[in-house]
Design a protein around this ligand. Structure first.
Ligand code: SF4
Length: 293
């Protein structure tokens, strides 16, 4: 195993790249991660996911350029460009005009509130905005390297604090930030790339239901980070070995209780997945929902 705390490496050409967010997807259902290469896999994001991407992009522009006079037309153009670049699909193909207008106005409102509630809390210092980070995770039993990568929303070169923006249909439950894997992944990625050990992670969550930003904070120590890295390394081993299993249920003890992620709305592998059938009332024959209307 690579000594991830002390040594610098260059990725090998055949390295396995593990996105930090893939770890969270795997925890929901490993089958979905392994279905990505299937010919019928639908990579298009849901409206809530794409809304979050739009707000992130707008906030990155705000942080780079200062206050922007956001208006409906340019925001919809920005959203369209994001979708075209990432998925080669236009906004108009995914949603009706009414849905697009409403969501874009909601995004503008979120950014205006962010200026009032969040921006004044950001410390001065050298900001690292939407910075792509890479770091070695280990070597597989077959000799193949594993690398971790992710994009941090807002980090500082000279401050032991990190920020992340989230959008949600409702506020997070108290303590949710404590159980996220993401802070551990960025703790390591930031340390490896910039030598900064973050003392506190601040998650600002935009609740679309009540139109408010709420703060959730968390911390990580070395043991917690190491435990997460070992967990991520184990997932990389399973991916490299082609291990496929499905977890459509909330809990291993509640086999009939379907998780929210296992649905035509939220799973990109829904149409062709062989592991979605449960002894419940759900109609698995319905097709995946591929637009936002
Ligand atoms: S449909 Fe359900 S079981 Fe199948 S990959 Fe998606 S989440 Fe997993």
């Amino acid at each position: 195993m690579i000594d991830i705390w002390q040594t610098e490496y260059t990725p090998a050409e055949d390295a396995l790249w593990l996105r930090q967010s893939t770890v969270g997807s795997w925890e929901l259902c490993p089958g979905r991660v392994m279905q990505v290469e299937h010919q019928d896999y639908n990579p298009l994001p849901s409206e809530p996911m794409s809304f979050g991407t739009l707000v992130h992009e707008m906030l990155a522009i705000e942080l780079e350029q200062g206050k922007v006079p956001w208006a409906l037309g340019p925001v919809e153009d920005l959203w369209d460009t994001l979708l075209l670049n990432e998925y080669s699909v236009s906004l108009a193909d995914l949603a009706s005009e009414g849905v697009i207008h409403e969501s874009a106005l909601n995004a503008i409102g979120a950014v205006h509130l962010w200026r009032q509630q969040v921006e004044p809390t950001l410390p001065e210092g050298e900001k690292l905005i939407e910075r792509k980070l890479e770091a070695p995770l280990g070597v597989l039993p077959n000799g193949r390297e594993v690398w971790l990568h992710g994009t941090g929303d807002l980090l500082y070169k000279d401050k032991a604090i990190g920020f992340d923006w989230k959008t949600s249909g409702r506020d997070w439950k108290e303590g949710k930030a404590t159980y996220l894997g993401q802070p551990s992944s960025y703790q390591y990625l930031h340390l490896y790339n910039h030598g900064v050990w973050v003392e506190e992670w601040r998650y600002w969550v935009y609740d679309r239901g009540s139109s408010t930003w709420r703060l959730h904070t968390t911390r990580r120590d070395k043991q917690q980070v190491m435990a997460w890295l070992r967990h991520a390394y184990g997932i990389a081993c399973a991916i490299d070995a082609g291990v496929v299993y499905y977890t459509p249920t909330q809990s291993p003890y509640g086999k009939t209780e379907r998780g929210w992620w296992c649905s035509p709305k939220y799973c990109s592998a829904w149409d062709h997945c062989p592991g979605k059938y449960l002894a419940d009332e759900f109609d698995e024959k319905q097709s995946a929902i591929i637009n936002w209307v």
